[in-house]
Each structure stands twice: as structure tokens, then as C-alpha cells.
Ligand binder design. Sequence first.
Ligand SMILES: Cc1cc2nc3c(=O)[nH]c(=O)nc-3n(C[C@H](O)[C@H](O)[C@H](O)COP(=O)(O)OP(=O)(O)OC[C@H]3O[C@@H](n4cnc5c(N)ncnc54)[C@H](O)[C@@H]3O)c2cc1C
Length: 395
Amino acid sequence: MARIVVLGGSFGGLTAAFELRRMLGKRAEVTVLCDDDKFVFVPSLPWVSMGSRKASDITLPLKPILERKGITFIHETAKGVDADASRVVSASGEVPYDYLVIATGPYLAFEEVPGLGPEKGHTECIFTLDQAERTSRTWNKFLENPGPIVTGSVQGVSCFGPPYEYAFEIDTELRKRRIRHKVPIVFVTSEPFIGHFGIGGLRNSKLMMENEFAERDIRIITNAVVEEITSGELKLKEGTKIPFKLSMFAPAMKGVPAVAHLGNPRGFIPVDGNYRHKKYRNIFAVGVAVAIAPPEQTPVPTGVPKTGYMTVKMAKAASTSIAADITGSTPPEGVPIDVVCLMDMGNTAAIMKAAPVLPPRQESDLKVGARYKWLKIAFERYYLWKIKNGLSALP
Ligand SMILES: Cc1cc2nc3c(=O)[nH]c(=O)nc-3n(C[C@H](O)[C@H](O)[C@H](O)COP(=O)(O)OP(=O)(O)OC[C@H]3O[C@@H](n4cnc5c(N)ncnc54)[C@H](O)[C@@H]3O)c2cc1C
């Protein structure tokens, strides 16, 4: 029986584990090793930071879900991977594998900008559950005595969506409370233009987003390099200083330390069209862990986002290839990944589509409308239901 180990219990890891179990049944022993004992629906973290979701609304315990499916769950942190010996190294020992799926997501590189981040710096973040809960507490305190806000993405960021959501959500909430006039908002981003999103923009995204920020009276600074953040002040490399009472910034990402040695200089794993490691052929990587070259060199470095939808598709493709290997069938040709993403905008929402994700594209669009807000809420419920029942979310 083939031993398959999956690192990570989120979008990529769970999809791969469920799919491998479904396709291979008793032909494989599937193990998920994860440092978190719960699944977190990450796209709802901005709502946690605004107080409209609690942790219990968007998390599910991994052990019962996996064990019901006949998948072994090990709640541990992978410390490393010995790719030559085909073993994962954890604190309590070694886990051997015939196939490994890496779905460990990002390491958040706050240390790359002095003063960035909630732990050692002066900015909030909403990329993990703990951070989003902390941002929610900071927000409640801020509301008692509001002042200027600066938010956005520093140099090297690849996950641009959440700061957009955050800017639109705080704008909506401040207007609801009729205190928007007390809060100047500046949106600082390393993107070359607003609506670029790290993928060269979508058909009309620049115009739509410029218009949206103007309507909401949010000042935009693009091509920004953040030099330093001190208590209450953000300094850009060109000298501009922006005072703030509250700041939320996306950090650049790297591969997590346990697998970084298998990746490029930033620790992201190089894969072929079937998400198979280019050198170690029994290792696959999916989701944020994967290396994707940007579509263009931007004046300030930016990366390509790897969204939940893309991650699920990658995990399905990788699982299909592993199953084909094990059953001796021909693996499918690698297909370019497309993306569909729903972005909350507080009082409304947007749907973004790009097929394939990097230009030139067959299809590319951004539409704004209240119905996409309902779709986003419905998708959250649908995805959590799917995970709870051990099913992967996309056909
Ligand atoms: C705030 C925010 C909002 C987002 N909104 C959207 C959205 O609206 N739509 C969308 O499509 N995408 C969205 N995304 C992107 C989406 O969340 C990611 O694409 C998705 O989470 C990637 O899944 P993943 O499995 O690759 O990594 P992750 O979700 O980051 O999961 C990594 C997993 O690996 C585990 N892990 C890490 N290191 C180790 C280790 N050493 N040992 C064991 N386990 C480890 C972690 O605990 C976790 O379970 C958003 C991202 C953020 C941060």
C-alpha cells in the first residue's frame, strides 16, 4: 500500500487528502500532518477583524473530519523534509512516505520591513486567526478615539486582496457609524497601479478600482516602498511620512522553513504542470507553497497571489497525478490554472475572473454588485459544509 503524507490541513492539504482517499481507497494510506488542529476558513479573516465573525464561525476540528474518512491525522509541526530518504521530520520522530504533498502555505516575512507586523512592529495583520482577532480588539479601541488609518501592501507582497477588503470594510463601517470624517484613510501599495493585484490587472480593474477609491475618498499611493514603520508613523523610501492611529499591512511571503530547502531562494517549490517537484519526483506542492513567476517585472517587486480557488485546483491536479502513478494509468496533461475570486467591499462586493491567471488571457473581468456579497457569504457556508463532510469543494 502506498504511503502518502500531506503537509498542511487547509485548502490545499485537505483537498489533496480527500481526493486521494476518494480516488485510491485501500490502495493508499493517507496521512495529514498539520501544526494546527483545526481548519480555518482564511477568506473570512477580514470579517473576524471587523467583528462580524467569531473564530467558532469559521473553524472546524480536523481530527474527526479526517478520521471519519479513514485518513490519519498527526497534529505536529513538520521540522523538515529529508527528500533523499523520503521522510518528514517532526518533533516526535520521522514519518516515511512514498509520495509527499506539500501544502504548508506561507511564512509571513514581517522582518523584511523594519517596524512591520503585530508582534515586533507597529502594524496589524489579518492573515492568521490570531492576528485577525487581535486586529478586531485594536479596531474596537480605535473606535473610542478615531484618527488616521494607513493600510495596504508592502514591497514583495503577493496576496493583495485582503488589504483591499480591509480598506473597503473600514470605510463602510466608519460611514455607518457616521465618523468617517474623523478618519483620513491612505492606501499604500507596491502595485504599479491600483487594481493590478499582482497579476497585471484584469480587463477593467484599474479603472474600476480607481473609481471606487475616489468615491470613498481613500488616498492611493502606488509603487510604494515602505522604508520603516515606527509607533504612529509610516515612512516611504521617497521620504513621504504618513501618520496613523491604526495601521494594517500585508507582509511579503516566503515558503515555510520546514520545506524552504526544497524551493527557490524564497522557499517556494518549483513544480511542473502537474504540481510535481522538478527534482524530487515523488514530491508534489500545491497552493501558496508553489513558485509562480510574476507576469511582468514591476518597478517595486510584487508576487503572484495563489488564491483558494487556484489552490483547490492545484491540489486536484496533483492528486490525480499521484493516483495515476499508483494505478499505472497515464496522468493528464498539465492545464493552466484559472482564477475566480470574490472580494468583499463592505457595502458591496466584487467578482474577479481570470482565465488563465496570468496574461495573455482568454477571459478577464471584474464586476461589482451587492449580489456578489451574498455569493461570498453563501460560499463561506458551502465551503465549510464541504470540509465538514470530507468533500473537496470544486467539481
Ligand atoms: C486574509 C486572507 C483572505 C483571503 N481571501 C481569499 C478569498 O476571498 N478568495 C480566495 O480564493 N482566496 C483568498 N485568500 C487566499 C487563500 O486563503 C489561500 O489561497 C489559501 O489559504 C491557500 O491554501 P494553502 O493550503 O496553500 O495554505 P494555507 O491556507 O496557508 O494553509 C497552510 C497549512 O499548512 C499548515 N502548516 C504550515 N506550516 C506547517 C508545518 N511546518 N508543519 C505542519 N503544518 C504546517 C498550516 O497550519 C495550515 O493548515 C485569502 C488569504 C488571506 C490571507
